[in-house]
Write a protein that binds this ligand. Structure first.
Ligand code: CA
Length: 570
């Protein structure tokens, strides 16, 4: 069916239920007319054609901002699922969902990251890109808890967890179809952190939405990771030498910059060469066994050693959060080269105040984490005052409070484990459609443990008799912190890798990455290898050139696809 008149088209094209089209092809609805389109439960507040810009880089495109499902919440406040959609005039026929971050609550710029450290974006490559605020807005007027007050509203919790992802995808795909006159041929999701969690949620809950998904440093067990933030804070607190303005341990004093560099260098000394090459990258992480007690001072503190309280703090943190019966509450963590970097301490302990400034804890575990744990992950929520957040984390009880991530209460009919996590290995709906998933994770991630992701992937391999790599591959990035940073080859084009897999059947055995510009070797390139393979030096040639490395399994496992690694990047 083809629409003969513009007004007829507006009516016909907008009658169908969400996600379904009336016809294979119809007239396009001009950008500014999208504001008039009747899309169920959706209000378009902006629809304008933007000229090409250089900063931020964007081609000529139709920009649409709107909201879905406007309602009044449990707390009497207005809620809606906001979305931001950019549709380039020179469309490549593809749809792209840009994952969110933190606790969401803001409309992303909807340019679409193509991978860590990439300078271009998906819109400039011709993708129609959407982002969402996940169903709530950051309340900037409320210090300390403005980002997490939505946790009081049961529906806003569910929207944040998974519902906004579903609804935004349906509405955005509908608008794409109305504007271009045809459906997107392929749909992709790319996100990191909470966005990586959303990607895994999509693969498990909404397997039809995306042909390809890139999930970076995924917080797929976010409520458990938030409990670990309290655990880590308490552990580091026992090594702090000063108290903060509220009388709680001031975590930046637990380890100086030099102390953490000392630890990272000791880890490198023990584990760097286990992969056959002393190059500042620990490629054979699983073989790395490090005990921080080797650094314990024989007497008084010296720059070359740690006091017993520091050693104990590291042991407690890296062994992982536990209850009083010793049962793990989240995951352990690997010792790696990236724990001496700002990108590691900014989460775990924060930065020391400038001279003369008040001692306010600023580690992200005690700012973002201290709000999300009581307001969003505890059920019912703990309505902590902004001044009480840090004390809440230091007083968190791992026997009494930790089980509340599994609980429901009154209007809170889904536990945070239910609405947040994406730890299932049942990807049958996803694989049945031939869809593909790339997961990547920095080994020195201080907020979501790479060990948790590796355990998930091993479960997936077991469930599929080892065939999971036909549809899901995991890439570990030694030295990389949360979604980037650290002494690591952390810059790579993840979007091209997933598109090649989905559309050309080229499975990513290798993703070639470039080093972080701030690393000791900014010109280095390396293959990122599909787990369980690891990068191995071929024994000759420039160690900063990916072409001189292959991907292979560690020597204690059966060699597999030996030598295939270098073919992809010669
Ligand atoms: Ca090495």
């Amino acid at each position: 069916m083809s629409c003969r008149s513009h007004s007829l088209c507006l009516i016909l094209c907008t009658l169908g239920p969400l996600g379904t089209g009336l016809a294979a092809a119809h007239d396009r609805i001009a950008c500014s007319d999208l504001a008039l389109a009747q899309i169920p439960d959706t209000t378009v507040t902006l629809a304008q054609l933007n000229p090409a810009t250089e900063d931020p880089m964007a081609p000529e495109h139709c920009e649409v901002i709107g909201s879905i499902g406007e309602r009044t919440g449990f707390d009497g406040k207005p809620y809606a699922i906001g979305f931001h959609l950019r549709m380039p005039v020179a469309w490549n026929g593809r749809f792209f969902f840009q994952g969110g971050g933190g606790v969401d609550g803001f409309l992303g710029n909807a340019l679409g990251s193509t991978g860590p450290g990439q300078t271009d974006n998906a819109v400039s490559r011709g993708y129609a890109v959407v982002s969402t605020d996940a169903g709530h807005q950051f309340e900037f007027g409320v210090p300390g808890i403005g980002g997490v007050l939505f946790g009081v509203d049961p529906q806003a919790r569910v929207d944040f967890g998974y519902h906004a992802l579903d609804v935004t995808t349906r509405v955005a795909k509908r608008i794409v179809e109305l504007h271009y006159g045809e459906r997107a041929r392929y749909s992709y999701f790319v996100g990191c952190s909470n966005g990586g969690r959303q990607g895994m949620v999509a693969s498990q809950r909404f397997p039809r939405h995306f042909d390809g998904i890139v999930a970076g440093n995924p917080g797929f067990n976010l409520p458990k990771a938030a409990i670990a933030e309290a655990w880590d804070s308490q552990a580091f607190g026992r090594a702090a030498t000063q108290v903060d303005v509220g009388g709680e341990p001031y975590l930046p004093t637990s380890f100086s910059f030099a102390d953490l560099a000392l630890v990272a260098n000791a880890v490198l000394a023990r584990c760097d060469a286990l992969d056959g090459l002393g190059d500042g990258i620990i490629d054979n992480g699983p073989a790395c066994r490090f005990d921080p007690s080797v650094l314990e001072c024989p007497a008084a503190k010296e720059p070359t050693c740690l006091v017993p309280e520091q050693v104990a703090a590291l042991q407690d943190v890296f062994d992982g959060a536990r209850n009083s019966r010793g049962r793990p509450l989240y995951s352990d963590w690997p010792y790696d080269a990236g724990i001496g970097t700002p990108g590691w301490r900014v989460w775990k302990i924060g930065f020391p105040a400038a001279p003369g400034q008040p001692l306010v804890n600023n580690g992200i575990n005690l700012t973002l984490g201290a709000g999300a744990l009581p307001y969003v992950f505890m059920t019912p929520p703990d309505l902590v005052s902004p001044d009480g957040l840090v004390s809440y984390m230091f007083g968190f009880d791992f026997d009494r409070d930790a089980p509340r991530i599994f609980e429901t209460s009154g209007p809170y009919t889904e536990s945070s484990q239910e609405f947040m996590t994406a730890a299932s290995t049942d990807l049958r709906g996803f694989t049945r459609l031939g869809n593909k998933l790339i997961v990547y994770h920095g080994v020195s991630d201080p907020v979501f443990s790479v060990n948790d992701t590796v355990r998930w992937y091993r479960r997936l391999l077991r469930r599929t008799d080892g065939r999971a790599d036909r549809f899901a591959r995991l890439f570990l990035i030694p030295g990389m912190n949360h979604c980037g940073g650290g002494p690591a080859t952390d810059q790579f084009d993840a979007l091209t890798s997933i598109v090649d897999w989905v559309e050309r059947g080229r499975a990513p055995d290798v993703i070639v990455a470039t080093a972080n510009p701030a690393s000791p070797w900014p010109d280095r390139t390396r293959p990122l290898c599909a787990f369980p393979e690891q990068a191995r030096y071929r024994g000759e040639g420039d160690v900063d050139d990916a072409a001189n490395f292959v991907c292979s399994t560690p020597s204690d496992a059966r060699p597999r696809h030996h030598g295939r690694g270098h073919r992809r990047h010669d």
